[in-house]
Design a protein around this ligand. Structure first.
Ligand SMILES: [Ca+2]
Length: 328
């Protein structure tokens, strides 16, 4: 574990390099075949949405009254469609069913032995948050719950000194200027409790990696070459979620490299990854896998297959999460 990560630990540490434990409870199984990610990035979609009304407006000069009325009606209909799309946007993207590549050969200098062996896995379609969960969203959860523990009484938050939120007059609020920052400083239990409150769940590490790499086994969300301009990393370079659209994954997820590390549902156990061997049981108390690197200055471990492995009771100012859910 890099020294910079160790100095922030609030609990038992990250467990980088630890051997996995063994428990056995059946998880929700995945297993269908289909095509890989083919979705446009949010940036591309947003650009199209913004441009369409302007194109209709600029075409009005020199047209008959009838033509203007028709164009006006079409513009209103178009605006209505855009509003309907926005209303239907729940902040999640869908990852199609189908095969993808998990893990690495562990040969490159930035690859870890725990990423071996490379596997081709198949997952059914699922949905995953486009962005990391923000401080504002997490405060909504805490204020609705009225406590800082999960249903079993386990702490959701790390020490106050590392939190991007604060409690005053009985309510949790983001620190000024951090409303759109990823929620960090929370335990795995805190992440899982939020997901349950939101009607979602944490992604398995396999789901997370598929959403980050797409169907073509790329090393980073944007391709195979480390590009620091496409991710938030470096000292104190944590920032609002979704501000690096050029670093979007093939399915349109943002900040899957950098900004905050992200808890996944999966317990850390050696590969090969087997979804049904018990590692996806949320009741496990063993170390969990986190993915994606962070702002803490180690861009070389931000590749999508790297497996950070914190204790579920640990909290760090660089560790956040995003949620997933099944497709109904
Ligand atoms: Ca991230």
């Amino acid at each position: 574990m890099p020294e910079r990560l160790q100095q922030y630990s609030s609990s038992q540490g990250s467990g980088h390099g630890d051997a996995a434990n063994s428990l056995a409870v059946p998880p929700a199984a995945d297993g269908q075949v289909g095509r890989g990610c083919q979705y446009p990035t949010p940036a591309a979609s947003s650009a199209r949405d913004r441009q369409a009304p302007r194109a209709a407006s600029s075409a009005r000069g020199g047209l008959s009254l009838t033509a203007r009325v028709v164009i006006g009606m079409l513009s209103v209909m178009g605006a209505g469609t855009a509003m309907a799309q926005n209303a239907a946007d729940d902040g999640m993207v869908q990852v199609p069913a189908g095969p993808f590549t998990l893990g690495s050969e562990g040969k490159a200098i930035d690859e870890d032995a725990a990423e071996k062996p490379v596997q081709t896995l198949e997952l059914p379609a699922f949905r995953i948050d486009r962005n990391e969960v923000t401080t504002a969203q997490y405060c909504q959860f805490l204020n609705a719950a009225g406590k800082e523990q999960d249903a079993q009484g386990r702490a959701c938050l790390g020490p106050a000194r590392m939190l991007p939120i604060a409690k005053a007059d009985g309510a949790w609020r983001p620190l000024p200027g951090r409303e759109a920052f990823p929620m960090t400083g929370l335990t795995w239990y805190g992440a899982a409790a939020y997901a349950a409150w939101a009607g979602k769940r944490l992604p398995s590490e396999a789901e997370w990696e598929k959403a980050a790499r797409g169907p073509d086994a790329r090393k980073f969300p944007w391709g195979n070459t480390l590009d620091a301009s496409k991710m938030r990393f470096g000292q104190d370079n944590i920032g609002p979620v979704g501000e690096k659209p050029e670093g979007a994954s093939p399915c349109g997820c943002l900040d899957m490299a950098g900004n905050a590390w992200e808890w996944t549902r999966s317990a850390f156990r050696p590969y090969p990854y087997v979804a049904t061997d018990g590692r996806e049981d949320p009741a496990l108390t063993e170390r969990r896998v986190a993915r994606g690197g962070s702002w803490t200055g180690e861009p070389h471990i931000a590749h999508a297959s790297y497996r950070f492995r914190p204790d579920p009771t640990a909290a760090y100012p660089f560790l956040g999460f995003r949620c997933a859910k099944g497709v109904e």
